[in-house]
Each structure stands twice: as C-alpha cells, then as structure tokens.
Design a protein around this ligand. Sequence first.
Ligand SMILES: Nc1ncnc2c1ncn2[C@@H]1O[C@H](COP(=O)(O)OP(=O)(O)O)[C@@H](O)[C@H]1O
Ligand SMILES: [Mg+2]
Length: 275
Amino acid sequence: MCLVCACFLESLWVDMGKSERVAWEAAKAVARQFLPNWANVVSTLASEVMGEPLSGDLSADTGTAKQFWQGLRARQSGLYAVIGRPGMGKTALCVGICTALNRPTFVIGIKQKMLDRFTFPAIEMPFEDEGHVLESLKSLREMERPRVFLIDDAGLFFNNQSYRNVSSLFLQEMVGVRRHHNITIVVNGQQSSTIHKHLLDPDILFLKPPSLLFADNEREYIRGLERHALNRFAKIPSKDWVKWVYVVSDLPPFRGMMQYNCPPGWDEYVSKNKA
Ligand SMILES: Nc1ncnc2c1ncn2[C@@H]1O[C@H](COP(=O)(O)OP(=O)(O)O)[C@@H](O)[C@H]1O
Ligand SMILES: [Mg+2]
C-alpha cells in the first residue's frame, strides 16, 4: 500500500465503521510486515549499485598501465581523486598525474618553489585569502586551453565544514562543468569523509591503504572499494606500499594494482611542505 493511499485512508478514519476499522488495522499490519522487507530491498539494491558501481569482478585486474596513461593523457577533462592514509605517496602520485598531463596547472597546497622543480608548468594559488582564491578559480575557468587544478590535501582546504564558502560553491560548479570547460581536477586527501563531497564523484579513483579506522570513518561508497584495495595491498610488503596504488577507472579502462615511481623533480621537502 503506498504512502499517499495510507494517508488518504487515515484521513477517512473518523468516518469508518467498526468493520472498516478492523480491515484498516489488518491492512496496516500487513504493511508493517512489508515495510522492513522493502527497506532491505532498497539497501540491498543500493549496495549492489553503489558499493560496486563498475562492471566486472573487482578482484580481477583489467587494462594495462601503458594504455591507462595513454588514455589519461588523451582525456581533456576529468576529476581524479587519490585517497589514503598519510605518508602513502598521494602527493607524489598527484604530481605524477600532472606530469603525465603536462598542461598549465593551478595548485593549492604546494609551494611555488617546489612547483618550479617539476616538468609541467604550474603556479601556486595561495589559499590564505578567500577573495584571492575565488579570483584564481574564476581565471582558471576562463582559460581556453585544457588545464589542471591540483588540490593537495583537499581536506585542509575544501572540506565538509566549508560547503557554504563562496570558493567552495564555485568549486562545486566547476566540478559540474569540467567537461564543458576542459578542466581536469586532481585531488588527494586522507579520508573521503572529510573532503568536500563534490570532489568525491571522481572519474578515476586512486586508492592507497586507507586510514586505520576507515571502516567507521569513510563514506560508505568508498569504504567497499577500500576493502578491495586493502586486500590487494595485503599481498605486497608494507614497505613497498608507497610505490603502488589501486586504480578504479572506466575510461581509460583499468582496474587493479599499479606501480609507479616518484615523478621527475620530486623532493622529500614537497612531502612535508605544509609544516
Ligand atoms: N612511487 C614512490 N616510490 C618511492 N617512494 C615514494 C613513492 N611515492 C612516494 N614515495 C615516498 O613516500 C613518502 C610519502 O610520500 P607523499 O607523496 O608525501 O605521501 P602522502 O602525500 O600520502 O603523505 C615520501 O618520502 C616519498 O618520497
Ligand atoms: Mg601529501
């Protein structure tokens, strides 16, 4: 029995005779039995659709790394997110992605003197002044060439506390129009639960080993994928974890573990440049 019908019938309650009330109570009892089942059906569907959104067996690898990087370079726009615990090589991987793309890159979270070491053209967007950030975001959007926006440790800048900041709202819009404006957004963060939720609908997800308490702290959708990632990392000695990432990508198609090196120009100082 649908909710609208139930409300309508409830409003008739005052006009009901005794036999009608008995029938109504029986109907409600049936509905009560049915509703928990329905809730189960919905949550099962949700976990099927949302827990494993991509086709195929997540434990099986698909695609080759070479084709993946070729395909990534060919993409004009995208949102790529790297999630994992501190010290796992997220920043190095993001710099590696920007190196592969080799486009004008606007960066929040890495100092200019470090950016100057890398092989791709990059400028720092200082984050201290919101007006300044907004201006930079606007000029980024106005550019015509395909370009990249890198946010290192996104939880520090665009997080679940800052949904109403003007710059966050603008970023949200930019995520929405990235394909129309040829913008690629590359972000990394320690926990998906702290990052601005609009940055977490990525075209490609790169997972490093998650934080220790990820089962409680992560967004539900990402948690399931992180379990897969963790199972795969468990097969590698932990000292090598910084060199590997679990990639979930439909276009270019790639699913599974991938190894990568520190990008050219990488310096240990970049790793701790917010200290
Ligand atoms: N592919 C890699 N191969 C070898 N060492 C790496 C690699 N990626 C990162 N590292 C090292 O791991 C450490 C953490 O890297 P970083 O990118 O700063 O991690 P995170 O951003 O996750 O905190 C640094 O010392 C860095 O040099
Ligand atoms: Mg980092």
